[in-house]
Structure formats: C-alpha cells, structure tokens
Design a protein around this ligand. Structure first.
Ligand code: UDP
Ligand code: MG
Length: 334
C-alpha cells in the first residue's frame, strides 16, 4: 500500500471485459464503465478489453475508444477462442492489485463492482456475484443452468458456488495462482473456487442483455457444461463402472432365473425379444462407457499437444510495460 518514500501509492484495479461481436453494446458499456471509474475515485483503474476474434466492428470501436482514453488496453485475438480463454488472456495481461471479470453486454451491472471493491478492502480475496434473479432469459436457459450447477456440485470434489458466473473480483494472490494453472479446457469459475483463499458471495440481480444476441448458443453451452463437469470430477468414470456392475447383476439374476426354470419346471425361457433387449442394453451401456472414457482421453490429448492457449494478433495500450514486450504475434500471455 505504501511506497518507499512514505506516500501511499494508489491501488490499481484491472477490469477485464471479453467481447465477441459486441458492436451494439460497446458504447453504452463504456459509458457505464467510465461512470464506475469516477465512483472508484480512490483507485486507479485499467480496462482490458479482449476482442475474441469478432467479425463485426468491435475491434474498430475499441480502438477508437482507446485513442481517447489512456486507461483502455486491448488484447486482440487472431481468431475466436471462446469466452473462457478470452477471460484468461485478460487476466494474464492485467497488472492490477485486483482483477474484475465482467461481461460486455451489461448483464453484470458495473455498479456492483463498487460493492465488490468494498468487500476486497475488508480483506476478501474473491468476491463472486451470485445471481438472485435473471430477467430476460428463456425458461429453458434458466432451468438448464439451475440443473447444471446442482449436478456439477454433486459430481465435483470441491464445492462450486451455485448460480454464479464469472462476474467476480479476484485479488493478486488469486490471480497469480490462477495464472499458474495451465490447463486447456478452462472452467474459470470452478478454477477460482479450487484456489481457495477467503471467498465471499455478493448477491446481485442479473440484468437483461443490453443489445445484440447471446454468443452462447446451445452447442457452446453444452460444451461448457461438459468442460465444467469433466474438469472437476472423475465421477463419470466411476459411474460407468457402476453401470457395468448393475448390468452384470441383472444378467446374473437372469441366469439364475433361467436355470431355476430349467431345473425345477418343464418350461424354457423363450423368445428372441429378451435376447435382443439384453444385447442392446449391454451394447448401449458399453458405448456410453467408451464415450465417457473418450471424453477424458480427448482432453488428455489436448493437454499433451501443448499448444498455446490463445494467439494474440495485437496488444494495444500497454505502453511498453505489458505483454507488448513479448514476441509478435504473441502466443499465450505466459
Ligand atoms: N464472449 C466471448 N467469446 C465467445 C462468446 C462470448 O468473448 O466466444 C463474451 C461476450 O462478448 C460477452 C460474454 O462473453 O461479453 C458473455 O457472453 P454472452 O453474453 O453471449 O453469454 P450469455 O450471457 O448469454 O450466457
Ligand atoms: Mg450475456
């Protein structure tokens, strides 16, 4: 907090905003973020916008904003790498004493960041936003999200807070620990829970998307949910063993039944229907088990390839202190 000459140095807060095709919202987002900065008078603030390979005017709009404000930094990806990787790149580039992750679409109200900072000043290392209400989301998204967080908690070995997205503040200790976790299939909210330190929930009302459409179609959501479960649990593997055991158990009962009929009565177990059902049932269980195994093997394959997590086409606004010093094009912030 205090510098060598006795003057207290101001703390720096980094706000990381992943953006993918967000041209409709950026002007308003920036207006709200500027207002937040004014309210956080006692802190220095840097804004790190990560352009996750947008196809629209997102990069241009960001550059225009950066030209008029020294507090804006841009990490421009060479292609779309996905939300979790964009967040990771932002965290890698952040220099703040604390880092805030916030969506570009104003679903996470910037005003809540002020309360997060207050909790941080009280000594908490992670302040995560828990959604009390999510207006404007489809009933399907609400139900699947609710189900997912509960399932994840049942399967995962560490507790992961319910109804909590990536909207959160993290202290430098947490950020440094997170940066030392090089895994490819990143489920950032779970990784932050795994890290530990002092964590506290901050309930907030999630707003409607300000403009534009969700960049998380069902396919991406499913992928994300699978990542969450497979990165934090090996329980599915144990479940396939349990399914195998159950099948063997049922088969054993069938054998005893057939034997008993043969030995003690004059009738046989008849028909190929029972046979087909048994074959299909066992076949199904086997394929499911191989599939589960395959998901894990695929992830191991991804890890051993050791490709960089992301490729940055350009860093802007880091004025020589940041990752601009690295190779160009820069692969990975590490
Ligand atoms: N996003 C991203 N890369 C992607 C998809 C999304 O950087 O491939 C960003 C997006 O711009 C937004 C945030 O991640 O700032 C959350 O995405 P979105 O609002 O579309 O998801 P939802 O809130 O509908 O779950
Ligand atoms: Mg959103």
């Amino acid at each position: 907090m205090s510098s060598v000459d006795g003057h207290p140095t101001r703390k720096l807060l980094s706000i990381v905003i992943p953006c993918y095709n967000e041209q409709e919202v950026l002007a308003e987002t920036w207006r709200r973020l500027e207002r937040l900065r004014a309210e956080l008078g006692e802190l220095d603030v840097e804004f790190i916008f990560v352009d996750d390979g947008s196809h629209d005017r997102t990069r241009q709009i960001l550059k225009e904003l950066a030209a008029s404000d020294a507090g804006i930094r841009i990490v421009g990806f060479a292609r779309n790498f996905g939300h979790q990787i964009a967040v990771t790149a932002g965290v890698d580039a952040a220099r703040g004493d604390a880092v805030v992750l916030i969506d570009a679409d104003l679903q996470d109200p910037p005003e809540v960041v002020k309360q997060m900072v207050e909790r941080w000043c009280e000594g908490y290392d992670v302040v995560y936003g828990t959604r009390t209400d999510r207006p404007g989301e489809s009933a399907f998204k609400l139900a699947t999200a609710r189900g997912f967080y509960r399932l994840l908690n049942r399967l995962s070995d560490i507790p992961i807070p319910l109804d909590t997205g990536d909207f959160r503040l993290m202290s430098r200790d947490v950020v440094d620990t997170l940066r030392a976790m090089p895994e490819r299939d990143r489920f950032v909210r779970g990784m932050v829970s795994w890290v530990g330190f002092r964590q506290v929930a901050l309930p907030y009302q999630r707003a409607k998307r300000f403009a534009g459409e969700s960049k998380y179609p069902l396919r991406k959501m499913l992928r994300f949910a699978t990542d969450g479960i497979l990165s934090f649990s090996t329980r599915p593997l144990q479940m396939s063993v349990a399914m195998g055991m159950a099948c063997a158990g049922i088969a054993l009962l069938g054998i005893f039944y057939a034997l008993a009929l043969r030995l003690f009565t004059s009738i046989w177990v008849e028909g190929w229907t029972a046979l087909m059902i048994a074959v299909l049932f066992i076949g199904g269980i086997q394929l499911i088990s191989v599939g589960i195994l395959g998901e894990y093997v695929g992830r191991i394959y991804n890890e051993v390839k050791h490709r960089p997590l992301y490729v940055v086409q350009e860093y802007l606004g880091f004025d020589g202190h940041g990752p601009t010093l690295s190779r160009s094009p820069v692969v990975n912030g590490r």
